[in-house]
Each structure stands twice: as structure tokens, then as C-alpha cells.
Design a protein around this ligand. Structure first.
Ligand SMILES: [Zn+2]
Ligand SMILES: [Zn+2]
Length: 356
């Protein structure tokens, strides 16, 4: 029997565990084993599988060794088969149509900030999902708990992404971006010159989420009016008990109520400045709540359905956002990541032009 690609099988297992919202540490064994055997030549691997000594390679444990041996023997690893048999249900109707129309994702994190995987792993997973682009939006400096990038590191990242884009498959591109903190006064936590250079800017509130409504409203409206901001990230900051498909409940309990602000004023600012409201697909966020989303739809806002992925498998969470969007009748044409990459970039560049 022809052997399967053990690297692809290990990566697929990692992807599926991440998609099921398993903690990064549980997934790491599979990702690091894949990276490890990518360095070895196939002959050695096959020989070791024959001798039963795969587990002696540092970074390969009993479970990953068994998966590799099964792949090399041409069998689908049992571990992978078991995961695939418990896969989630398919999307239906309008949610499915929207998912099929999405061309990319405008919000994700790599291990440069608080994500669990290198940029290239995120990019390859996105390309595998059929995305045309992935906007890399690591955190800004003030968010030290999430290892936010100071200006110098972000500059370094931009050079790195430029080089990486030359090596990636045709028809796929990493777009540069940031999830910039909206500071107490509504200003954005990064140098203007740098924000100007980025393809897409997502702005989010991560601190003082309990600010009283008039203060929070002013803060958000100021940020939306800032020509650098394109997308308002997870607008209420709420955390819900994750109940997404496959979730094992390890995140349950860490909930947070939505912040309070004048929704009409925030929506008016979004419309006035031509910005988009993010529909955050994370099972522990699902932000904005449906009643707010419905008001924004009726007002005619633009939206971006994003995953806020912190691991490659989480990039497949778009379906959760699509289900909510469909439930609230979000028109497909108002979702900026259904647009072509050219149109998306024209739209974001247009916000900077308003500054003049
Ligand atoms: Zn965030
Ligand atoms: Zn984020």
C-alpha cells in the first residue's frame, strides 16, 4: 500500500483539535512532531518505523509515533479517523451561502503576539481552507499580557511578511494588519506612520471594559472616526461560555458581560466614516450579540466576518460567524471579506485618504 504523508496527517490532527477549541498545549505535540519529521529524510523515518524506534526521536511521543507509523504504512491514523468521525454538521441555507462567499479572514494572531503558531503555519492553513488572503492582526504594544508588538517589532514583522509572501502559493497572500488597542481616550495604540502602512486595521477595546456608557461611547466613536481604523473588533468585549461544536468546556466559567455604550451613536459613526463592524466568530465571544447585530443590519452597516483565530484550526470557525450573520439577515454584499482583495484594499486605503 502506498504510504500517506505523515506530516500532512499530523497537521490535520492538530488542525482538527484546534478547531474543536482544544487548548494549545494539547495540540503542540502534533505540530512539533510534524515540524520535527519534516527535518528528517524519509528513509530514516521508514527504517525507524520498521524498527519501532520513532519514539526515540526527541519531540516524538508514543501517540505521535503511532500516527507516523500508520501513515507510513498507508493507513489513515486511528487518531485522525476518530476525530473525523465526530466532525461538526454542515452549514445550511444562507449561512452556507455566506461562508462560500467569504474570500478571507481579517482578524488572526500568530506567535509574534499571543497566538500559538508561526505566521507561515497560519498562512498555509488559511490557503488550505481556500482563502485568498489572511490579514495578520497581532496585538499592539499596550496589551502586554498578549505580548503586543512595539513599533520596532511590527516593522520587523512587515519585512518578514513581505519575504514570506514571495514563497507562498500563487493566489494566496498574507495582508498586513494589526488588532490595535483602542485607548481610554479613543486614540489608537500604534504610531500613525505604521498604521498608515498596514493593509487592514482592526481596532478593539481590551481595557476598562466597564467604563460607564457615555465614556465608552465617546471612546468608541473617536476610534471609529480615526482614519486608520477600518474594522471595529468584537464591539462589546463580552465573553460567553463557549458552547461551540466540539468544545470540551475548559473555557466555561470565564464569562464577561457586554460593555455598555450608546449603540445608535456608535452605528452612526460607523456609517458616517464608512467603517465595518466585526462579527467575531470565536465560540467564546460571538460578538456583537444578535439584538445589536440586527440593529446594525437595519441601519445598513458594513461587516467583516472574522475568526480572531489564535491557532490554525481556529481559522475554520468562520461558520459560527456565518450562522449568526444569516440569523440576523446580514446581506452578503455588505460583508467586506466577500469582496475581492483589490476592492477590500481600495476600501481600507480610502479611509486613510479621508485624512487629507
Ligand atoms: Zn481582541
Ligand atoms: Zn484578536
Amino acid at each position: 500500500m502506498a504510504s500517506r504523508d505523515p506530516i500532512a496527517d499530523l497537521r490535520r490532527i492538530a488542525f482538527m483539535l484546534e478547531r474543536a477549541n482544544e487548548a494549545t498545549y494539547r495540540v503542540r505535540a502534533f505540530r512539533s512532531a510534524a515540524a520535527k519529521i519534516a527535518e528528517l529524510d524519509e528513509e530514516e523515518l521508514v527504517a525507524r518505523a520498521g524498527e519501532g524506534t520513532l519514539g526515540e526521536i526527541s519531540g516524538i511521543g508514543a501517540v505521535t509515533a503511532r500516527c507516523i507509523a500508520e501513515s507510513l504504512a498507508g493507513e489513515e491514523p486511528v487518531y485522525l479517523r476518530r476525530l473525523e468521525s465526530t466532525e461538526g454538521v454542515d452549514l445550511q441555507g444562507a449561512a452556507r451561502k455566506l461562508r462560500e462567499a467569504l474570500r478571507g479572514d481579517c482578524h488572526c494572531h500568530s506567535d509574534w503576539s499571543d497566538g500559538g503558531s508561526p505566521i507561515e503555519e497560519m498562512a498555509l492553513a488559511a490557503a488550505d481552507l481556500g482563502h485568498e488572503y489572511l490579514v495578520l492582526t497581532d496585538h499592539s504594544p499596550r496589551l502586554t499580557v498578549a505580548n503586543g508588538l512595539p513599533a520596532a517589532r511590527l516593522r520587523k514583522q512587515l519585512d518578514y511578511v513581505a519575504r514570506l509572501n514571495d514563497q507562498l502559493p500563487d493566489g494566496f497572500r498574507i495582508l498586513t494588519g494589526i488588532e490595535v488597542d483602542i485607548l481610554d481616550d479613543g486614540s489608537l495604540d500604534q504610531e500613525d506612520a505604521l498604521l498608515e502602512r498596514l493593509d487592514v486595521v482592526v481596532g478593539s477595546v481590551h481595557s476598562k471594559l466597564r467604563d460607564e456608557s457615555p465614556r465608552m461611547t465617546k471612546r468608541m466613536v473617536n476610534a471609529i472616526a480615526n482614519p486608520h481604523l477600518d474594522i471595529l473588533g468584537h464591539m462589546t468585549g463580552r465573553k460567553v461560555a463557549a458552547s461551540g461544536a466540539g468544545d470540551r468546556g475548559h473555557r466555561a466559567g470565564r464569562t464577561r458581560p457586554p460593555s455598555t455604550f450608546d449603540l445608535d451613536k456608535v452605528i452612526a459613526a460607523v456609517l458616517e466614516h464608512g467603517k465595518a463592524i466585526e462579527i467575531n466568530s470565536r465560540p467564546d465571544r460571538l460578538d456583537p450579540p444578535k439584538r445589536m447585530l440586527t440593529v446594525a443590519v437595519e441601519a445598513g452597516c458594513l461587516f467583516s466576518v472574522d475568526t480572531d483565530a489564535h491557532a490554525p484550526g481556529q481559522l475554520d470557525w468562520l461558520g459560527f460567524g456565518c450562522e449568526r450573520a444569516a440569523l440576523c439577515n446580514v446581506p452578503v454584499e455588505n460583508v467586506v471579506n466577500t469582496w475581492s482583495m483589490e476592492r477590500l484594499l481600495e476600501w481600507t486605503a480610502g479611509h486613510g485618504a479621508q485624512k487629507a
